[in-house]
Write a protein that binds this ligand. Sequence first.
Ligand code: LER
Ligand code: MN
Length: 271
Amino acid sequence: MKLAIAIASEKAEHSAFVVWRGFGPAIEKAKRAGFQGVELALRSEREFESEGLAEILQRNKMSVSCVSTGQVFAADGLYFTHEDPAVRKRTVEIFQGLIRVAGRLGAMVNIGRARGLLTPERTREETEALFLDSLSQLIPEMERCHVDVVIEPVNRYEINYLNNTDEVCALLRKLHHPRFGVMPDVFHMNIEDDDICESLKRNREYIKYVHLADSNRYYPGRGHLNFEKILGTLRTVGYQGWCAVEILPDPDPDTAAFSAAEALLPFFSAE
Ligand code: LER
Ligand code: MN
């Protein structure tokens, strides 16, 4: 397993749950703190170019674990199950661009809130059909660029569709394509799943990426999650991928990120 930290542009919305904003300084600090990679919160392929990210990453010899897409939803209002077909098409196009970026970086792409919402106008089955149709339109670009796409269960206070790991894995069984997977975030799991470790075991074949934060979304050690047990379970089920720290910048960004590294790196350095 390898440890990354989620970072964003200095222009990112408040709802990007990252400690560091501003890609250049964040990548330098991530390196200094001992993280093995960074997760980039991006709005579009164009943002990757305009931020000069390829050069910054190369200069710092930093890997990218994942391109995360919460800003596509939060800043641009785009999502895969939107009632307007033009918005759904634009969402697919934006994700195709982000898949190309991820392909250049050897990273994956996540889908969090960009899945969209359940609304009174549509049944759950109708929403699911829209989501499956949008996802299937990503497959050619995923195959061409050799990129996996992971769907993140997100708790009910942020979105009303696909809240726990079992629900996402049931959808993955319907999608039935090896480049899709689930991305459990232990903060959301603590709210929605019956038992974090049992759920990780039960859904192990679909896990391609993991988000780490304590129960209160602060750095590990400030809440009540048992990271030794959670990371031990991931290791026991044979998980060898990335875990990324996605926490609130409290009491300040540097303290949060360096404390997370201090708490978690001992579990990762043994490999
Ligand atoms: C994103 O990774 C996440 O965990 C969500 O809570 C963002 O809304
Ligand atoms: Mn997350």
